[in-house]
Design a protein around this ligand. Structure first.
Ligand SMILES: Cc1cc2nc3c(=O)[nH]c(=O)nc-3n(C[C@H](O)[C@H](O)[C@H](O)COP(=O)(O)O)c2cc1C
Length: 185
């Protein structure tokens, strides 16, 4: 699949077939994340691959943060079931000490954003689906997976064969709303 085709046709997938992901496809997805650019090439990312159904169920429970969703008017995390249903959940973590901070901006989040977009595009190109789940109880996820306190958990990525086929996603803002030429205006 061409890069632009992958970018334009990738969708957040929240329903999965009851079908395992082949180890070589899982490796392809992780390799794509590994190849991402990063601050000073420090590669602050770390990934925990969870396949155990009981652990996936725990992560699913932890993706509902009542106080957060109530504030946004949601009654649940739309991806909660996906985390238990997908055969694999990739937990994307960062070691902030292995990235940069500049003018108050913490670039570990940029590093992880790029790596996980690679991950999502590679999954899509391999016929798999995933979704970036950014809302979860970080401290409890750390506890459940034995992740050290100095490591940030940035996202959960349920991964599997899609049960749903999504041709279009939520609309994007038009370019003339988000691009300025020469000066901000
Ligand atoms: C940083 C980040 C956090 C997200 N967190 C969640 C989440 O907790 N639950 C969920 O269902 N989707 C989550 N999403 C998915 C977005 O809702 C989705 O990407 C967006 O609506 C656009 O849809 P598309 O991915 O199909 O193009 C998240 C996406 C990003 C980039």
């Amino acid at each position: 699949m061409e890069v632009l085709e992958a970018i334009n046709t990738r969708r957040s997938i929240r329903k999965f077939l009851d079908q395992p992901v082949e180890p070589e496809k899982l490796r392809t997805v992780l390799e794509a994340a590994r190849m991402a650019p990063s601050w000073s090439n420090l590669q602050c990312w770390r990934f925990v691959v969870v396949q155990d159904p009981a652990t996936r169920a725990t992560l699913s429970d932890l993706s509902f943060v009542e106080s957060f969703f109530a504030a946004y008017g949601f009654s649940k995390n739309p991806a909660q079931k996906a985390i238990a249903a997908a055969p694999v959940v990739i937990v994307a973590c960062a070691d902030p000490a292995r990235s940069g901070t500049m003018g108050g901006q913490h670039y570990y989040l940029a590093d992880l954003g790029i790596a996980t977009q690679n991950l999502m595009l590679a999954a899509h190109a391999a016929g798999l689906g995933t979704v970036f789940v950014g809302v979860f109880d970080e401290e409890k996820v750390r506890d459940a997976l034995g992740i050290p306190a100095n490591i940030r958990v940035v996202g959960l990525f349920p991964l599997g064969y899609p049960l749903e086929e999504k041709k279009t996603g939520p609309p994007r803002k038009p370019l003339d709303e988000i691009v300025f030429h020469e000066k901000w205006k």
